[in-house]
Design a protein. Structure first.
Length: 397
């Protein structure tokens, strides 16, 4: 594995174009997958609660099933399929698995049916993010990687910014079925861009495996830190609609807009800053801001603290997203891009799934405010690997 230092570039290299035709086509699939996923991310827990009568447990189970399948796909299925079929084939399969099941989600209100649909869609989402992320980084000039990943984050963040609150609003005004159909259409329509993407590229080195990546401290530490911040993301999208008092239901849509908006803006800032001064110094601030945001959100009866809390969490989460991913890609060569994509997305999905499942159990015993406080306390544990990684990066320089 290579050093984590940022390569020096010539002025000619620095001027290489960032947005190419191939990257633009890739962004079409990013928008399709992101919009489909986020339209239903908060809607499915609401549908599970309304149709099964399971309350918070049903909501947590729906999100946990989605993220469990995504984690399994991230680590076990997608990397192997990419090696065999290439990024383009796996990306196409993922879009189908993400979109098609949404068409039949509301065919039954059974919790078992909802969980099965979530499992299939989670597997599809894993395929789109693991195959797609490795494909994306291969299309970005290395000296502009932070900025390029930030741009990719904006492209995926804008659909989440719009789709997450829009899904909840539409479900309340036109019903669950139209939202599910819309989620299916946007994913399946984006398949038109797949044939224009690069096919399988010849490899000069043996791909780095996911297990080998986990055994490498330079990759394992950012994975652990980012996974910790993702705990909060799973909690916000799943339980904020339930934690806020019913008299403040309009606040939920605003909060679910503010959080991804703050994350998207922060990812862009972190990417541009990281290309100029290095991404390593952003990991600890990102973690601290995420933790503080969870703590502020604990006052769920106050509209000001809810908005401030999710905004602060969104900023920290966006910074952590870009900084950890940029660092991990900088520490491997092209043969490790697949492993980095799988590990980072594993951290994202496992964190969201564990956060949703654990918070549901915890809140049932302590209530929502204290559950937010205890989650913030738990997140501070990740400061240990974050500081170690910062020190290791400084020593490598």
């Amino acid at each position: 594995m290579s050093s984590s230092t940022i390569p020096r570039t010539t002025p000619a290299e620095a001027r290489r174009p960032l947005l190419t035709k191939a990257l633009a086509l890739r962004f079409v699939t990013v928008i399709g997958a992101s919009a489909s996923f986020f339209l239903l991310l908060s809607v499915v827990p609401l549908y599970a609660t309304a149709s099964s009568g399971g309350g918070g447990d049903a909501a947590g189970l729906a999100t946990s099933a989605l993220m469990l399948a995504t984690v399994v796909g991230d680590v076990l299925a997608a990397p192997r399929l990419v090696v065999r079929y290439g990024h383009r084939g796996v990306l196409a399969g993922g879009l189908v698995l993400l979109g098609a099941p949404a068409l039949v989600l509301t065919a039954s209100g059974s919790l078992a049916w909802i969980v099965v649909i979530c499992l299939v869609r989670g597997l599809g989402f894993a395929f789109t993010i693991v195959a797609g992320a490795a494909l994306t980084v291969s299309l970005i000039p290395p000296e502009r990687r932070g900025e390029g990943l930030a741009l990719a984050g904006v492209v995926s963040g804008v659909p989440s910014l719009v789709a997450l609150p829009l899904g909840v609003w539409l479900a309340g005004h036109v019903g669950f079925t139209p939202v599910c159909v819309a989620a299916a259409v946007v994913a399946l329509t984006s398949l038109i861009a797949v044939p224009g993407l690069p096919g399988r590229e010849p490899r000069s080195e043996r791909p780095i495996g996911v297990i080998a990546g986990l055994r490498t401290a330079a990759l394992a530490r950012p994975t652990l830190v980012f996974g910790t911040t993702a705990l909060g993301a799973g909690i916000v999208v799943t339980f904020l609609p339930l934690a806020v008092p019913s008299r403040l239901t309009g606040l939920v849509a605003v909060a679910l807009f503010v959080q991804p908006a703050a994350s998207t803006a922060a990812r862009w800032f972190a990417g541009r800053y990281g290309d100029r001064r290095g991404a390593a110094g952003l990991v600890v601030p990102g973690l601290l801001a995420s933790t503080a945001g969870m703590l502020v959100t604990a006052e769920t009866r106050n509209p000001v603290t809810v908005i401030a809390g999710v905004a602060l969490f969104g900023i920290g989460f966006g910074v952590a997203q870009n900084a950890t991913l940029t660092l991990m890609y900088a520490r491997v060569g092209p043969s490790g891009y697949g492993a980095v994509s799988a590990l980072w997305n594993f951290a994202y999905d496992a964190g969201m799934g564990v956060g949703a499942a654990g918070f549901g159990v915890l809140a049932g015993r302590t209530g929502y405010p204290w559950a937010f406080v205890l989650t913030a306390a738990l997140m501070t544990v990740a400061l240990v690997p974050a500081w170690r990684d910062l020190r290791a990066d400084g020593a490598a320089r």
